[in-house]
Design a protein around this ligand. Structure first.
Ligand SMILES: [Fe+2]
Ligand SMILES: [Fe+2]
Length: 354
């Protein structure tokens, strides 16, 4: 965008004339209103930066924590084909985390800092990943419903006002679309299989349907960040709008699958041209958010352990990078600093390194 850059702002220094911030904010507001992208070096309000970091961190954390429930089934996939698909999918989720941590780094917040906050329980990830995967059919239900809900949420984020986030979402959505289809195809195979397989598919859908609807967040009138995010064009549609869209997409898909959505109040409303659906148990949602879901503790413990066990990989990556950036004739340091003590270089002024 042709807005004022952070460098220009810095040059203006502390003795910026009174009203300068208002002028910068006016340029920012005009850029957002004109659907221009805000880029890392552009001036932006502190609250916009903080809101984006919060959202991208939560999103990145959800991607990597979300690897756990499905990875649980890799060794037990019923065929080589299913195993290869599931491994590719779980690996994609790691990649999504990577793009999003990198996008957050463009705002001057390093990956190590965000991971520390996740491990300390100071930043959240999507509540959906605190539910267990009890049967193989859960892999299908997650693909169809959880990745499906993620796409519904994320397609509008491809038009988010912050450039690096929007661009990361374009690729993520393409991959999520594959995830959703593999889940649907898996459930279809089970649904058309033996009565026991059909029952397993139905049971998985029964357990994942309501938590999937909760993925869109609290109702609009109880959503703390929604209104401001929409003004900044980070968010394009309200939680309730997206939830409704998801329900309307899922109903005909469930019919084609030969499966029932577990909601006796679900019916077409001719007048609204949308489906009515039953009340969501927000009490359950808040309990899971508070840490009282079936798997909260297990997920965080496993994440911390994976991080500790991966320390040698980060150390090796730093040592390798240092070896290759050393000038000819100049010996690489004998012992590289541990990666966890030396996060990826991020300029203090919030400049991008990703
Ligand atoms: Fe993902
Ligand atoms: Fe996914």
């Amino acid at each position: 965008m042709a807005a004022v850059t952070a460098d220009q702002t810095a040059q203006a220094g502390a003795d910026r004339p009174e009203g300068a911030d208002e002028a910068l904010e006016a340029v920012f507001d005009a850029a957002v209103a004109a659907e221009e992208r805000i880029e890392p070096r552009d001036w932006m309000p502190d609250a916009y930066r903080a809101s984006l970091v919060r959202q991208m961190a939560q999103h990145a954390h959800s991607e990597i924590i979300g690897m756990q429930p499905e990875a649980n089934w890799i060794t037990r996939a019923p065929s080589l084909r299913r195993k290869a698909i599931l491994m590719a999918k779980v690996q994609d989720e790691a990649g999504h985390g990577l793009y999003l941590y990198s996008a957050a780094e463009t705002l001057g917040t390093g990956r190590e800092e965000l991971l520390d906050k996740l491990h300390a329980g100071r930043q959240r990830y999507s509540s959906i990943f605190n539910y267990p995967t009890l049967t193989w059919a859960d892999v299908g239900a997650i693909g169809w419903l959880v990745d499906g809900a993620a796409i519904t949420n994320q397609v509008p984020l491809c038009r988010c006002s912050y450039g690096p986030y929007a661009r990361a979402m374009v690729r993520i959505c393409k991959e999520e679309s594959f995830h959703q289809r593999q889940g649907y195809e898996l459930l279809l195979a089970l649904s058309r299989g033996t009565p026991a397989q059909h029952e397993m598919a139905q049971d998985a859908v029964n357990r994942w349907w309501w938590p999937s609807l909760m993925m869109f967040g609290p109702p609009d009138d109880a959503s703390a960040h929604s209104a401001q995010s929409m003004t900044w064009k980070i968010k394009r549609h309200s939680n309730d709008e997206l939830r409704q869209r998801f329900v309307d997409i899922c109903v005909p898909q469930a019919e084609s699958l030969g499966l029932t959505l577990p909601d006796p109040d679900l019916r077409w409303n001719e007048e609204r041209g949308q489906h009515d659906f039953g009340a969501i148990d927000w009490q359950e949602f808040h309990e899971v958010l508070k840490g009282n879901g079936p798997c909260n503790e297990q997920r965080l413990t496993q994440r911390r352990r994976a991080h500790e066990e991966g320390a040698w990989v980060r150390d090796a990556a730093v040592a390798y990078a240092q070896k290759h950036t050393a000038k000819p004739g100049q010996a690489a340091p004998a012992h590289a600093a541990p990666a966890h003590a030396a996060p990826r270089a991020t300029a203090g002024n919030g400049e991008a390194t990703a």
